[in-house]
Design a protein around this ligand. Structure first.
Ligand code: IP8
Length: 244
């Protein structure tokens, strides 16, 4: 089983609110068609969910955010999800839409439901889920990142490979020179102060990827603008990106 996170920066244009990168999604879908293993897809919010989360000042910490905000963020994620599902269908893949409310209660994963997702993936359907605004209980809500969903799913399903598909080649040791770290071992990293999105950008991804790799599982960051790299990694040909 291959677990794939399509980052918001690769499936949307983060510089333009509410604009999907249909071409990129299409190219990635064509690539996924070449994988002969069960796949689960998680996608991020990009210029849909993040745009509205910022407008309504909503974050990953459960709090009493605007009710309107919850609705609007959720609605935008459904819209983006529909675009992803449509492109997958156009490419004759069989997406099976699963909003995170299907397997998360409050902020706790429901393991029985996650096991079911594994079974669905084994029947030639591709479960597709996404980061979302979720009800937490006691009038609180929060933004659940797709990166966190990756960890929830990996813990129960133990995929052979978890791939984070990004808009950059992988993790850079130096942002200016773009020095790519090809292999990350368990060493503490320090982060440059860069502007991130509401769920924490690259740092969040690295945190979640580290958690998954500590479960004894392989995690790989790669550039979705070069989708062949996804296939090369899946087919164990070569890893062009950052391997955890
Ligand atoms: O882009 C966050 O998911 P992420 C989704 O995977 C929203 O962090 C609603 C902002």
């Amino acid at each position: 089983m291959i677990l794939i996170k399509l980052g918001g920066s690769i499936i949307t244009n983060k510089k333009r609110p509410l604009s999907a990168r249909r071409n990129s999604i299409n190219k990635i879908a064509k690539t996924l068609k070449k994988i002969n293993e069960s796949i689960i897809i998680v996608h991020g919010g990009g210029s849909f969910g993040h745009y509205w989360s910022v407008k309504y000042n909503m974050h990953t910490k459960p709090a009493k955010y605007s009710q309107k905000g919850i609705s609007v963020v959720k609605n935008s994620m459904v819209e983006l999800n529909k675009i992803v599902l449509d492109v997958l269908l156009e490419n004759k893949l069989n997406p099976y839409c699963l909003p995170p409310t299907d397997f998360v209660s409050g902020n706790k994963p429901i393991n029985k439901k996650i096991k079911e997702i594994g079974k669905i993936a084994n029947t030639n359907l591709i479960p597709v889920t996404f980061g979302d605004a979720l009800w937490f209980g006691q009038k609180k809500s929060y933004i659940l990142s797709g990166d966190k969903i990756m960890t929830m799913l990996a813990r129960v399903l133990r995929p052979r490979l978890s791939i984070f598909v990004l808009d950059v080649d992988g993790v850079f040791s130096d942002l200016k020179n773009k020095d790519l770290i090809c292999s990350l071992t368990d060493q503490p990293l320090s982060f440059a102060k860069v502007k991130t999105d509401v769920t924490g950008g690259m740092k969040r991804k690295i945190d979640e990827a580290t958690k998954i790799s500590r479960m004894g599982l392989n995690v790989f960051f790669t550039n979705g603008n070069k989708p062949q790299r996804i296939i090369d990694a899946v087919k164990r040909k070569k890893f062009e990106g950052t391997l955890f």
